[in-house]
Design a protein around this ligand. Structure first.
Ligand SMILES: [Mg+2]
Length: 397
């Protein structure tokens, strides 16, 4: 006879005990923090003053959705470089999921956020919105505790190297050389990256010419990275990489689409330079798929897409278990903090469009010194705040 005792019929998966919601202004104990009592999203559009292009798309502005999460007297700030529609997802779907939750329970909040977007999908606009809220929650918790974000995360290092990144296919050679000289000179970067794969891989000779321009501007001691943004087919990527071998290129990012895991893995097995991808990891399982396919020598993770600091750290742990380094994709002001929390983080991408956009919208920004970003220990949280009227002038929602 089947055993129908309660123990045998119990669910196979343990169910998390419900979390008590803190009461505003009256913490249950000294360890408690106030509840999240307000979540606000604002969208901005920052014109670049020029059209920028890579191997597969072009753009002339950067859209940013910033999230402000309030608890007690403190406000946490997170953001993502994404469509303004993410602000509406925050207001309609994410904010109701976390209002009233104790501000220190970031894992519980993250679970609620993930559940709230289940039917929207974890990627794209919803994933960017979720990431911005997660970042804001970590920042809020650190500010409530009165500690720097890197102290809350725990440091593996005091500073993280940056590499200069831009070199758009739409740039002329003079602009490319000027930017490379700025990154290696004023910023002290020891690696630089330019976009290739122009016209979906149809301008290979110009790609090679621009690589040589960057190489001359960078000098012999600087590592050269290229990013095709998935612009090449497999065979073309192989031929281009063969030509690069003589040009000291050590990093080939998205030589083919990052959807083509087998293609990335095949190229990785053949090429002498590192193959990198991962900027479209929206959740840890996306990172797990890249790692399981053997698709990358270094896994890129974007804190404004991958589920905020929570998702970034989870994916970085998977990379660590697979013996793979990680690199922080873009969003340098947020990436610096989380990259300092991970021993295997190689570098943070100092992306020109984000550096210029951040300067228009935010105060309290980190600047690279001697090629490194060093999070401040003097500020609470990540130390960044929205600029008042200057940012308001760029607001679109
Ligand atoms: Mg890229």
């Amino acid at each position: 006879m089947a055993d129908l005792t309660p123990a045998a019929a119990a669910p196979k998966r343990p169910t998390a005990a419900p979390l008590t919601t803190a009461t505003a202004g009256a913490p249950a104990s000294s360890a408690d923090l106030p509840p999240v009592d307000d979540v606000e999203a604002r969208a901005y559009r920052v014109p670049l003053g020029a059209t920028h292009a890579d191997g597969t798309i072009e753009w002339d502005a950067v859209s940013v959705v910033a999230v402000l999460v309030r608890a007690g007297t403190e406000v946490g700030l997170g953001w993502s470089y994404t469509d303004p529609g993410a602000a509406s997802v925050v207001g309609s779907t994410l904010a109701p999921a976390i209002r009233g939750l104790a501000a220190h329970d970031v894992p519980a909040a993250h679970s609620r956020l993930a559940r709230a977007v289940r039917n929207l999908g974890r990627g794209g606009v919803a994933g960017a919105a979720l990431s911005a809220v997660d970042v804001a929650l970590w920042d809020l918790k650190a500010r409530l505790l009165g500690v720097p974000l890197v102290a809350l995360l725990g440091r593996a290092r005091e500073a993280v190297p940056v590499y200069g990144s831009g070199g758009f296919t739409s740039d002329d050679e003079r602009t490319l050389a000027r930017d490379v000289e700025h990154w290696t000179g004023e910023l002290g970067a020891r690696a630089v990256k330019l976009k290739i794969g122009e016209g979906a891989g149809t301008h290979v000779e110009r790609d090679l010419a621009r690589v040589r321009v960057a190489q001359r501007a960078a000098g012999d001691d600087v590592a050269l990275f290229v990013d095709a943004n998935g612009g090449y087919a497999r065979a073309a990527a192989r031929r281009v990489a063969d030509a690069f071998a003589a040009e000291r290129v050590v990093w080939f990012e998205e030589p083919v689409s990052s959807d083509d895991l087998a293609g990335l893995a095949a190229l990785r097995a053949e090429l002498t330079c590192d193959v990198a991808a991962g900027e479209y990891c929206w959740r840890p399982s996306d990172a797990a798929a890249l790692l399981a396919a053997g698709a990358v020598d270094c896994l890129q993770l974007d804190v404004t897409r991958a589920g905020g600091f929570t998702g970034w750290l989870a994916a970085a742990a998977l990379a660590d278990a697979a013996g793979c380094d990680v690199s922080a994709h873009c969003a340098p002001q947020l990436s610096a903090h989380v990259a300092c929390a991970v021993p295997r983080a190689r570098h943070v991408e100092w992306f020109v469009d984000h550096a210029s956009t951040d300067a228009r919208l935010f105060d309290g920004l980190l600047e690279p010194v001697d090629g490194e970003l060093r999070p401040s220990l003097a500020a609470s949280g990540h130390g960044v705040t929205l600029r008042g009227p200057d940012a308001d002038a760029l607001r679109v929602a």
